[in-house]
Design a protein around this ligand. Sequence first.
Ligand code: NDP
Ligand code: 8X3
Length: 251
Amino acid sequence: MAKTLLITGATSGFGKASAELFAENGWQLIITGRRCGRLDELQDKLGKSSVHIAPLDIRDRAQVEELVDNIPEKFRNIDILLNNAGLALGLGATHETDLDEWDTMVDTNIKGLLYMTRLIVPEMVSKSRGHIINIGSIAGSWPYPGGNTYGASKAFVQQFSRNLRSDLHGTGIRVTNIEPGLAESEFSVVRFGGDQEKADKVYEGTQPLTPVDIAEIVYWVASRPPHVNINSVEVMPVCQSWGNLVISREK
Ligand code: NDP
Ligand code: 8X3
């Protein structure tokens, strides 16, 4: 019987690349996201019988509950939950930023992930089998100017992943947090409110990670033997590393 993967945010980037890779390897999928047209296209490409589409705004708890309640029988036995949906908005300093953007990041990156996890995990516990793979970020460990709430939301994902692992101790369920660095997807276009030129500048002269790079890590983590739990994977492109600490000096 085919294994089942539920992906939040499969309409683009890491989520879409993961959908494609797991489908190639015979998995059946539940794919979610707000852009229904893209979910339809992906289902057409990957196969109607092995892909269930579930349009969803993950910030809306009632929608998440409805999605979980209405998973068709064939797809109910979820082996992996890939908590991937997320976004950064803006790169402004705390004292200049827009509070609505902070609300959206908290609601999506933290609360959406919590809703989905809380609703999917009980069934995994009852079967003593399953794997929750969260997409964190290097921004959860390493600060940078303008990272404020985005980075803090990914620090939440990092610690929640560890705490979830503790809660699930002895159940056989695996938990992994994947923490990518610079990767080219729609991430920067979203961060800069649709400004493609500004987004392109982020990657100019670099060789960033690709969505396929991340999908391959997700697949590798998922295909370790059942007794192996990869707790976290931090990954950057070779062109990225840490900066020095900075000191402001009197002029
Ligand atoms: P993309 O913008 O390409 O993809 C983001 C996905 O999240 C889309 O499918 C989008 O679907 C979904 N999403 C966003 N908001 C919602 C919502 N309210 N409800 C449901 N789905 C939502 O970015 P990436 O693939 O790069 O990002 C995927 C994850 O990886 C995010 O959590 C991001 O923070 C993280 N990440 C990204 C890095 C990068 O440099 N690209 C590096 C480290 C981590 P839709 O718009 O259709 O709803
Ligand atoms: C995305 C990577 O460095 O833009 O999580 O925050 S970064």
